[in-house]
Each structure stands twice: as structure tokens, then as C-alpha cells.
Ligand binder design. Structure first.
Ligand code: URA
Length: 261
């Protein structure tokens, strides 16, 4: 039988489902949270609740895991140098490696945007959803810089097209900074800086000007570069680095209202 509290009340209170409350508090992933709830390890106001969709009032309800009160997780911000061949997902049905295989002993975090399987470079992971939304929101104009090897010798006109914006299936791209790094016989190396993060954007931009990406590395997010970070390794961002990406004087977005599921 469903618990009577699985219907979302109409009142405008800060409500979240129990599995979400646990994962947002940094206790674990949503899947893990659901299994703990199912195993009877989670109580709300002293009563064991085994329904992950149970609505929790964040202002009033006391949630415990194994009898210990759930504390609000402090935010963590990680910087990973993702190698090629790793998916930016939690689990892959085909069993391919994911970035989580590289995050042993790290707190529970989720990627800010994604890098393709074949892309290497910098990836931020965090449990601060508001920060993640701001980094991904093109209005905040957080620059992402890529070093890429493109097929063929690109002309100055093709570079100018990339700078001015190209038409993709989901609309024109915003102006980009494009620098020719070097040209080889059959390929061109470019440094490209964009402030958007659409799906496969760089690859599609190069296709739009008649070329193809052969190699892609994200070398910087904002002013944060790879530096000493070794491929496959991660480190925490410093508070100053976090502030440099989303300065505190920027208007903070309204927190999203709790949604079901
Ligand atoms: N643009 C792409 O095309 N791929 C990435 O992985 C990142 C940006």
C-alpha cells in the first residue's frame, strides 16, 4: 500500500521527496538513497519510512539515516581531468568506464554539463545544484576553452564564421573567440572559447563550416586551466576559484521549487 504522504500537498512549503532530500544532503546518489529507504534505514520524525516518494517538509521534518540526523552537506566542487574513453554518466548499461570510476573516495557529486566520450579535459563536479545551473546557463557567460584538431586546413573565412556564429539545428551559436594555433598538412589546430554548452557544440560548429573535429580537449573553464592536474586525477576547487566562476555579487537564481519524482 502506498504511504498516504506520497501525494504532494498543494501548500507552498519547501517540499522534497525523501530520496531527493538524502541525495541533496550529499549522503549518496538517488539510487543509493532509494535502497536505504527500502531497507528501512531512514526515518522521518522518528518513524521508519520505506517509500522514496514520501514528501518531506524541509522546515519541519527531521530526517535520520541509521538513527543519525541528516546534516546539510557543505558544498564541494571538484575539478577532474577527464581522459578520453570515460562517460560523463553515473552508470553505463554497456559497462563502459564512467567518470565515477575516477572519483574513488570523493564526496557524492554530479557533473556540471558533460564532455563527450571522445573528449578529454576539465570537468567540474559538485553537489551545489544552483552553482551548476549558473555555470551551464549561457546568460552567465562562463567561458569554456577547447583545444582542437580539425580535419583539413581551415581558411580565415571559416575561422571568421566560427567567431561570428554558425547556424546549428538548435539555433545560431553565440560569438566565439577563435585562435589558429598551428596548421599541419592535413589538419588545423584551433583554440576555441565559447560561453554556451550545447550538446556536442564544438563538433557541430566545426561540421557547420565544413570540417570535422579529430581531437578535442577542454583546457579551461573560466580562468581555471589544467595546470598541474594529471589526466585521470581530480582536485578540489579553491573557494577563490569557485567565486571566480560565479561571483557572489551576481544575482542568485531563485531555487527551483520541489518537483515530484
Ligand atoms: N563540444 C563538443 O562537441 N564536445 C564536448 O565534449 C564538449 C564540447
Amino acid at each position: 500500500m502506498k504511504h498516504p504522504n506520497t501525494r504532494k500537498p498543494a501548500a507552498r512549503r519547501p517540499l522534497k521527496t525523501l530520496d531527493r532530500v538524502l541525495s541533496k544532503a550529499g549522503a549518496g546518489s538517488r539510487t543509493e538513497a532509494r535502497s536505504w529507504i527500502g531497507a528501512g534505514r531512514v526515518a522521518v520524525n522518528g518513524k521508519i519510512i520505506q517509500t522514496p516518494d514520501h514528501w518531506v517538509d524541509l522546515q519541519r521534518d527531521k530526517v535520520t539515516l541509521d538513527g543519525a540526523p541528516l546534516r546539510k552537506a557543505s558544498h564541494v566542487y571538484l575539478l577532474l581531468y577527464k581522459p578520453k574513453g570515460y562517460l560523463t554518466t553515473y552508470k553505463d548499461p554497456e559497462g563502459r568506464p564512467t567518470v565515477y570510476d575516477l572519483l574513488q573516495n570523493a564526496p557524492h557529486v554530479v557533473p556540471v554539463g558533460r564532455l563527450d566520450l571522445d573528449t578529454s579535459g576539465l570537468l567540474i563536479l559538485t553537489n551545489d545544484t544552483q552553482f551548476a545551473e549558473q555555470i551551464m546557463n549561457p546568460e552567465y557567460k562562463v567561458a569554456k576553452t577547447y583545444l582542437l584538431k580539425a580535419a583539413g586546413i581551415l581558411s580565415d573565412e571559416q575561422l571568421e564564421q566560427l567567431r561570428n556564429g554558425v547556424e546549428l539545428s538548435d539555433g545560431m551559436t553565440r560569438p566565439a573567440i577563435v585562435k589558429r594555433v598551428r596548421g599541419r598538412e592535413k589538419s588545423t589546430f584551433l583554440e576555441l572559447t565559447i560561453t554556451e554548452g550545447r550538446n556536442r557544440q564544438v563538433r557541430r560548429m566545426l561540421e557547420a563550416v565544413g570540417s570535422r573535429v579529430r581531437k578535442l580537449v577542454r583546457t579551461a573553464i573560466g580562468d581555471i586551466g589544467i595546470g598541474e592536474l594529471e589526466i585521470g586525477k581530480w582536485r578540489e576547487l579553491t573557494p577563490a576559484e569557485v567565486r571566480s566562476l560565479v561571483p557572489p555579487n551576481r544575482p542568485r537564481q531563485e531555487p527551483r521549487r520541489a518537483s515530484g519524482g
